[in-house]
Design a binder for this molecule. Structure first.
Ligand code: B1M
Length: 221
């Protein structure tokens, strides 16, 4: 892996947002995820390389350290902020420039779940592939999804969840959406879910990653 990608991964792991950020003190005055991601793009690295070998590689380390009680919520939040700062640079690269929208995708993280990095990544990729995205944010109830679908007929709904404890909420939300409109198409994603779970709860598809969501949308439009 290149030094620059390794440095980006280290910044995500350490929660170093940008040069001005005083956290962590031992990296004070150094470039952060913000500047290094800009540099990586300027040197011609691809968005996929930066995402996979830099940002997500760093976030995987954060996940392991969090699971093993080596770091705690405040540190993870700094890592999430560093990741968001870096993702701002990637956003324009997902934009296809297509003026005519192929359809509408409503996305949100399910009730009880506050994780939004993966959801934001999916939203960016889908938008960049020519869809209008209605992002409902995190901790989204069934009613909010249903109201948004009424406002945007012929849309596809995407549900994200990161916690095993919010999988039941995902199940309840899919069930309420389908009860309100059996023809409403629903796609689910997020680390703890899989195609078998999608089938079990009556969702139309499980997408393993942002590209999977785009491919599913292309297949229904
Ligand atoms: Co949380 N957290 N967290 N956390 N957190 C996990 C998920 C965890 C696995 C960490 C661990 O223990 N190793 C664990 C869950 C364990 C479990 O459920 N079995 C966990 C826990 C326990 C918790 C708390 C309960 C901790 C606590 O308070 N004691 C708490 C819950 C809060 C809540 O939601 N109610 C909590 C809090 C937080 C923070 C707020 C500190 C922060 C979130 C900040 C934010 O999102 N703005 C946080 C973070 C950052 C993580 C980890 C470290 C990283 C998640 C992430 O952003 N990954 C995570 C460990 C890990 O995943 N390694 C962890 C990067 C992101 C790009 O990947 O979101 O998987 P991901 O998205 C992927 C795919 O899943 C997919 O595409 C994306 C790109 O490939 N995808 C979709 C996602 N949604 C999709 C939708 C689609 C299609 C694909 O279509 C609709």
């Amino acid at each position: 892996m290149s030094d620059l990608l390794q440095q980006i991964a280290d910044c995500i792991k350490a929660g170093k947002i940008d040069r001005a950020s005083p956290y962590p003190p031992e990296m004070s005055g150094q470039d952060g995820a913000d500047e290094l991601t800009r540099q990586a793009l300027d040197t011609g690295m691809t968005v996929d390389q930066i995402l996979e070998q830099g940002l997500m590689a760093g976030m995987d380390k954060v996940g392991q350290a969090f699971r093993d009680n080596i770091i705690f919520v405040p540190q993870v939040l700094m890592s999430a902020r560093a990741m968001s700062a870096a993702m701002e640079h990637l956003k324009p690269h997902f934009a296809s420039g297509a003026s005519e929208r192929k359809g509408t995708f409503i996305i949100g993280t399910v009730q009880g779940d506050l994780h939004d990095i993966g959801k934001n990544l999916v939203a960016m990729m889908v938008e960049g592939n020519g869809y209008e995205v209605v992002d409902l944010g995190v901790d989204v109830t069934a009613e909010t999804f249903i109201d948004a679908a009424r406002e945007h007929p012929d849309s596809v709904i995407g549900l994200s969840c990161l916690l095993t404890t919010t999988m039941p909420a995902m199940q309840r939300i899919v069930s309420a959406i389908k009860q309100a409109d059996p023809s409403q198409i629903v796609c689910i994603g997020g680390a703890p879910v899989h195609q078998g779970f999608a089938e079990q709860i009556g969702a139309d598809r499980y997408a393993p990653d942002p590209q999977g969501a785009v491919e599913f949308l292309n297949s229904v439009h």
